[in-house]
Design a protein around this ligand. Sequence first.
Ligand SMILES: [Fe+2]
Length: 330
Amino acid sequence: MIETSPQAQRRSRVLVVDDHESIRMLFQRLLTVDGHEVFSAEDGAAALEAVARHQPDVILLDVAMPTIDGLEVCRRLKSDVATRLTPVVLVTGQAGLSDRLRGLEAGADEILEKPVHPNELRARVRSLLRVKYLIDALDSAEAAFMALALTIEARDPMTNGHCERLAKHAVRLGRALGVCDEDLDALHRGAYLHDLGKVGVPDHVLLKEGPLTRDEFDVMKQHPVIGDNLCAPLQSLKRVRPIIRSHHERLDGSGYPDGLRGDAIPLLAQIVGVVDVFDALTSRRPYRGPLTPQDAARHLLEEVEQGRMSRKYVDAFLEILCLGGVGAVH
Ligand SMILES: [Fe+2]
């Protein structure tokens, strides 16, 4: 039976990597009979190229190969955002405890010992494809949220390009502050999704030209909660949700929606908060022109003076923008 993704209705793609042609042929024959589209590569370098070209759903990877061995290929795939969720099966002639541990440390999802029984190989591929399809389904939900976030941005012509600029600056600031790769990834996605909850804010409030009334601001203040609730069912957005919920919190407790103070505000939300304010100030509004970068920098330093933003984060951000010499307004 052909294993197909319910979403894509396409044949599943399997990449077989082995330096022995006989094994490549054997696996290819077995898996083609099961209806999979099978690609093959004869060494590690060719495997990495084939992954980029064919985007396989499952990878069967020989461990002992010349130049780049299977463990190294696995490590590289699992550290790349584009491929880290693709299941990898290490196929090895040596599957003692230490070999298995090395394979698992490299990030392998399964380890099979040669000679592999054909039925076991087919069963493992089928079960990993089910995992891959679940991951793809979650990815699709996230992609839909991303599209929605950009649609919301497009509702307001004044904020055009805001998410993209925010993503670029938030990742640069995160990198300067030494956050880990997973958090840099969360910053990138969080920058796009931070205002997702504005989907629940009516146009007459969201697009109002001029200051909001108290009641209108109360409605606007719900957008972090709405966005967080929308993303709650998605495990893939676990690291992104604190950014969505807390990007308007301020260190002195004057922010919203939870009035968090100091270290209780997640670090990534503080980073997006700093960059978000800067971008808003330097963008045109219906009731005012864009501030110069220097004036926006002075405003951020004022926030620091008032105890609302972290001096460390604001200084690092202004350093990135070459605005480190600007003084606060008093
Ligand atoms: Fe916001």
